[in-house]
Design a protein around this ligand. Structure first.
Ligand SMILES: [Zn+2]
Length: 115
C-alpha cells in the first residue's frame, strides 16, 4: 500500500517542512526546531493553541468509537459503570498520543501559511 509522504510524516510525527526531522524529543517534550532542516515548530507565540481544535476532533472521534464499542461489547457483560471506567482508562492512556498528534497535524495543516 502506497501512502503519501505527508501522511507518513504525520504518522511518524516528523517535521512539516522537510518531513524528516522528529518533532518530539520525549514523550511530551517538543523539539524547538527541526533537527534536520532547522524549521522552528512554534512559529509564533501561541501557534499551538490552534491544536486544541484538532485535539477536540481527535478526542470526540475516538471517544465516540470507544463508546459504541463499549456499549456493544462491554455493557452486556460488565455493566455500564465498569464499561465507562474502561473507556475513561483508555482515554487517559491516549491523552499523550492525542496531545502529540494534535500538534503534529496542526503544524502540517499550517505549513504553507505565513506567521
Ligand atoms: Zn525539518
Amino acid at each position: 500500500m502506497r501512502i503519501s509522504p505527508r501522511l507518513r510524516a504525520i504518522l511518524k510525527q516528523r517535521c512539516p517542512l522537510c518531513l524528516k526531522g522528529q518533532m518530539f524529543d520525549g514523550r511530551l517534550r517538543m523539539n524547538p526546531r527541526c533537527p534536520v532542516c532547522g524549521h522552528r515548530f512554534e512559529r509564533e507565540q501561541g501557534f499551538f493553541q490552534g491544536a486544541m481544535y484538532v485535539s477536540w476532533v481527535l478526542g470526540v472521534s475516538y471517544l465516540a468509537v470507544l463508546g459504541v464499542l463499549a456499549q456493544l461489547l462491554l455493557v452486556p457483560h460488565i455493566g455500564i459503570a465498569w464499561a465507562v471506567a474502561c473507556v475513561v482508562a483508555v482515554h487517559v492512556i491516549c491523552i499523550p498520543m492525542v496531545f502529540r498528534y494534535s500538534r503534529v497535524i496542526w503544524a502540517h495543516l499550517n505549513v504553507r501559511t505565513k506567521p
